[in-house]
Design a protein. Structure first.
Length: 525
């Protein structure tokens, strides 16, 4: 086949084949990456700070609930021990009038020395007041209707009982009853010894612990009944825990932490509870979630504002850099486009300079360059070179009869037929001029060239282009063939012009001999 397809102009150099400028996407990616890193790092730091504040609140609530439980446990334990002493004296003395009379100043002295005590009382088996620490006794006073009295009367347990808060009948103050059962020598119920704790004292103890403005702290019985609570409200005294989740946690475990809305006021809190070690009491500390994270939210907002300011700077700088890079990239793209257009124009000009505009074959200029290159190469290696010249027979008559348009089409088809006869990449065909064509056959002797030339002539005949002005009735070509063999005498100095002159002379001979044939020129002397 020919060295390159005849008549095919060089394809334009696509811009995609040029190295792509990736500076703009890289710059955009960098700015986006920096932005995401800033946002991500800020989010991670905020999350870590949130977790740290939460862990700190859990530890603080647990420590506070334990401290409250231990402090009030010591107070109630002290009261319980005083009740045990009084119970022992009464049971040993069989609650005789002398024993009761001797006990009265002891009760008064105990209450005077203890700020937490509201009073000490001894009740008979019918609920009547036998002896007490109060300066006055209400007329007809009887406590048989009190919950703690009924508990001891109906329950033989000798353990200290802590009742729910009640109002004192002697002073009207809110008190927490702490009582024990008194038995007679036969073990039957003989009465109750009672110590009443000031609710306000317990509240003062709770006020000593800092749980924030929205926090809460409470003292409860182990069955979930509230003895007192801060913030204080009389409506909560003696009230049972209403939330099933908290109540289940409270009854199943001796300590724990729950996050939930408060069953009292609905505020979302972290609630820590702890049982007292020696008494049936428990303390709860509830820290408001809003207050736990108040400082964290403030710090996070400040940090977020700082990040937003930094992001605005990064965005402005990034936008400027992106615009600059885009402008440079656009300018570079325009230059590449101009360069591509110039390369394409140059390629087209080169193609036009060496190709025939009608047939698309190489032109005379390309032939002259090619024949010199081929002859120089073959001379170096001592290989033969053949040139075949073709001329369309009676072409002037064809033009006169059918017109130049048909003549041009005839030349195009003849050129294609001649080009189809050559097979090797190094073979070369050109339109030499007018209706003449030249074929260069490197490393081909006269015999081989004759076969190629005959095949080319036959290809034109096979077209069967009607030609009324030709004796053959169709378009034919005549060919002249010349071969340069470097071993022949005098051939070492043969020039391309001389080789072409012999081929042209052979072509003239073919026409003289009747056309539609191939004639081989004799070797030079």
């Amino acid at each position: 086949m020919p060295s390159e397809p005849p008549g095919t102009p060089p394809s334009p150099l696509p811009l995609q084949s040029l190295a792509k400028d990736r500076s703009l996407p890289v710059t955009i990616g960098f700015v986006v990456l920096v932005t995401l890193l800033l946002i991500g790092s800020n989010g991670w730091l905020a999350w870590r700070a949130h977790a740290a504040e939460w862990d700190k609140a859990r530890v603080s609530a647990k420590n506070l609930s334990r401290a409250v439980a231990q402090q009030l446990d010591s107070v109630v334990s002290e009261v319980g021990r005083a009740l045990v002493v009084i119970q022992y004296e009464l049971e040993r003395g069989d609650m005789s009038p002398g024993t009761l009379e001797a006990l009265q100043p002891v009760l008064v002295n105990q209450v005077a020395q203890a700020d937490h005590l509201h009073g000490l009382f001894v009740y008979g088996r019918d609920g009547s007041w036998l002896v007490h620490s109060q300066p006055l006794q209400p007329p007809g006073a009887n406590n048989a209707d009190r919950d703690y009295f009924a508990h001891h009367r109906d329950n033989p347990s000798a353990r200290t009982y802590i009742g729910t808060p009640i109002r004192s009948r002697s002073t009207g103050d809110w008190i927490i009853p702490v009582s024990r059962r008194i038995n007679d020598p036969e073990g039957r119920f003989a009465g109750v010894v009672l110590a009443s704790l000031h609710v306000r004292y317990v509240l003062q103890v709770l006020q000593g612990f800092d749980v924030g403005h929205k926090g809460a702290i409470a003292l409860l019985r182990t069955d979930g009944r509230i003895l007192t609570r801060r913030p204080y409200s009389e409506d909560t005294l003696g009230r049972a825990i209403a939330d099933p989740q908290l109540q289940a946690q409270f009854l199943q475990r001796r300590s724990g932490i729950v996050v939930m809305p408060s069953p009292i006021d609905g505020v979302e809190r972290l609630i820590s509870f702890e049982y007292a070690p020696n008494t049936p009491l428990a303390a709860t500390v509830a820290l408001s979630e809003d207050e736990i994270f108040a400082q964290w939210r403030q710090a996070t907002w400040v940090q977020a504002v700082g990040i937003l300011l930094l992001l605005s700077v990064v965005g402005a700088a990034g936008g400027y850099v992106i615009r600059t890079v885009k402008q440079r990239s656009d300018a570079d793209l325009r230059l590449r486009s101009i360069h591509g257009a110039l390369v394409e124009a140059h390629a087209r000009m080169e193609h036009m300079a060496e190709h025939d505009g009608l047939t698309g074959m190489h032109n005379r200029r390309a032939y002259d360059r090619r024949i010199r290159e081929v002859m120089a190469q073959c001379r170096r290696y001592g290989r033969p070179v053949s040139v075949a010249m073709f001329d369309v027979d009676f072409f002037k008559r064809y033009n006169d009869e059918l017109g130049h348009l048909e003549g041009d089409e005839c030349l195009r088809r003849v050129a294609a037929a001649l080009a189809g006869a050559i097979r090797r990449p190094g073979d070369f065909i050109a339109r030499y001029g007018g209706e003449e064509f030249a074929i260069v056959l490197p490393e081909t002797d006269a015999a081989g060239a004759y076969l190629v030339a005959s095949a080319a002539r036959a290809a034109v005949v096979a077209l069967q282009l009607p030609h009324a002005g030709s004796p053959f009735g169709h378009v034919t070509v005549s060919g002249g063939l010349a071969c340069c063999t470097w071993e022949a005498a005098g051939s070492a100095g043969e020039t391309p012009e001389e080789l072409m002159g012999r081929a042209d002379a052979a072509l003239y001979g073919a026409k003289q001999q009747g056309r539609n044939r191939i004639v081989t020129a004799p070797s030079p002397n």
